[in-house]
Design a protein around this ligand. Structure first.
Ligand SMILES: Cc1cc2nc3c(=O)[nH]c(=O)nc-3n(C[C@H](O)[C@H](O)[C@H](O)COP(=O)(O)OP(=O)(O)OC[C@H]3O[C@@H](n4cnc5c(N)ncnc54)[C@H](O)[C@@H]3O)c2cc1C
Length: 389
């Protein structure tokens, strides 16, 4: 039966307008930080509708939508200021469990991702093991029917508010370095876990150090084969670098910046010329459109299990670059007052003034060329693939 995409879009639009609470849409529309509160509330609403996991197969609790329907979903949600889907559960560990997990693991973990009960974080990076991830040293040893974990993770986004962490651990020191790594799922309330905040330059707390001191976890929380976690890690990283929601989110930010430039132009009433900013915005718009096309192609390749080649790295770099350029344009539109207002606003904890929001966004997006694999490393991947190393 052929799908009526126009009717599908209308159904989504009506749902987004009716079901996404106004206070959540206001946060998204203003470009403010989307917190667990907004993500979780929206996830519960989507799950109740049966749309909690647009890109999961139907048998895992997903929608079973085709590629075009998923792109329409992302577009419509972004156009209506709905939060993007929280990536760590739905986009990262969920697909890994679907691909590598046992039926029992799927039954135990997937429904709790779908309905927002579990909030996940990612324990990959360690001090000294970021780009060279396979050098990681956090260890797990088997003791009866439990793994015992010791070591430290760092730059762990949202660890302080997560209920679960998926983490890479070394289960063998003898094997060659990628082979001795396993992927384990650990409840964050396990005795022996300590979380310490890392505050970022924008004043926000979402990064953490996480310490593991004799942390015990069920043996059947290990995903896939012991020592073969690198296969899961690569599977996950490819998806992490294909952030559909981020492309949609770029579109949202582009529209917010366009409004800001427009308003700034009107406020300046001819005293300043904003045409240069409009031109820069158009260039960003072209890159967002390019990223969308790449994203559509890559998603299709994923579905048909074709190799993804350079696409994840190329999309990741483009999104990081455009996000930084857009927030620079926004700061130019806000003007030199921004820095003073940011300092004043963050002191008393309120950050709802547009200037403060944009300078926070500007500062935060500096990290986009580092998080999830640096742009230098992505360029290496692209060069190796296209030119051969
Ligand atoms: C905002 C943010 C959120 C993050 N969230 C998480 C998270 O939730 N979970 C998690 O596990 N990690 C997270 N990270 C960590 C992130 O994945 C690492 O910071 C990243 O992989 C880089 O590793 P590193 O910081 O150790 O830098 P390094 O790898 O030490 O790199 C330092 C510099 O050397 C360059 N470099 C390194 N190797 C090469 C090479 N081969 N060729 C050329 N240049 C090279 C890099 O590009 C960089 O400029 C986050 C980071 C940030 C900034």
């Amino acid at each position: 039966m052929s799908i009526d995409y126009v009717a599908f879009r209308r159904e989504l639009e009506a749902f987004a307008r009716k079901s996404c609470p106004a206070e959540i849409r206001a946060v998204v529309a203003a470009g403010q930080k989307i917190t667990k509160r907004e993500y979780k509330a929206w996830q519960m609403i989507l799950a109740a509708k049966g749309w909690g996991a647009p890109s999961w197969p139907r048998e895992a609790g997903g929608t079973g939508w085709d590629i075009k329907q998923r792109l329409i979903f992302e577009e419509v949600m972004a156009e209506n200021d709905c939060p993007p889907l929280y990536h760590h559960g739905l986009g990262h560990i969920g697909p890994v469990i679907i691909r590598f997990g046992t039926p029992e693991q799927k039954a135990r973990f997937l429904p709790r991702i779908l309905d927002g009960s579990d909030w996940w974080c990612q324990g990959y990076s360690e001090p000294g093991s970021g780009s060279d991830l396979a050098s990681l040293s956090t260890s797990a040893r088997l003791d009866g029917d439990e793994w015992v974990i010791n070591g430290q993770k760092t730059w762990t986004s949202h660890a302080h508010e997560a209920s679960m962490i998926y983490m890479l651990v070394r289960t063998s020191k003898e094997a060659k370095k990628q082979d001795g790594i396993s992927l384990i799922l650990v409840p964050m309330d396990s005795p022996g876990i300590t979380v310490r905040p890392i505050r970022t330059i924008d004043g926000w707390h979402h990064l953490n150090e996480v310490f593991f001191d004799e942390v015990r976890v069920r043996a059947d929380n290990l995903i896939g084969e012991v020592g073969k976690g690198w296969t899961c890690a690569k599977f996950l990283l490819e998806r992490e670098r294909l952030p559909p929601a981020n492309v949609a989110r770029l579109e949202l930010v582009r529209r917010q910046v366009a409004r800001l430039v427009e308003d700034a132009g009107k406020a300046a009433a001819g005293r300043r010329d904003f045409s240069g900013l409009h031109h820069k915005l158009l260039m960003c718009e072209a890159d967002v459109k390019g990223a969308r096309v790449m994203m559509a192609q890559a998603t299709d390749d994923l579905i048909h299990q074709r190799p993804l080649g350079v696409q994840p790295s190329a999309i990741k770099m483009t999104c990081a670059d455009v996000a930084q350029r857009l927030t620079s344009i926004a700061l130019d539109a806000v003007g030199p007052e921004a820095a003073n207002r940011f300092l004043a606003e963050t002191d008393d904890g309120s950050a709802d003034v547009p200037a403060a929001t944009w300078i926070q966004n500007y500062m935060f997006t500096r990290s986009r060329t580092i998080a999830g694999g640096t742009s230098e490393v992505q360029r290496n991947v692209v060069a190796n693939e296209l030119l051969g190393a």
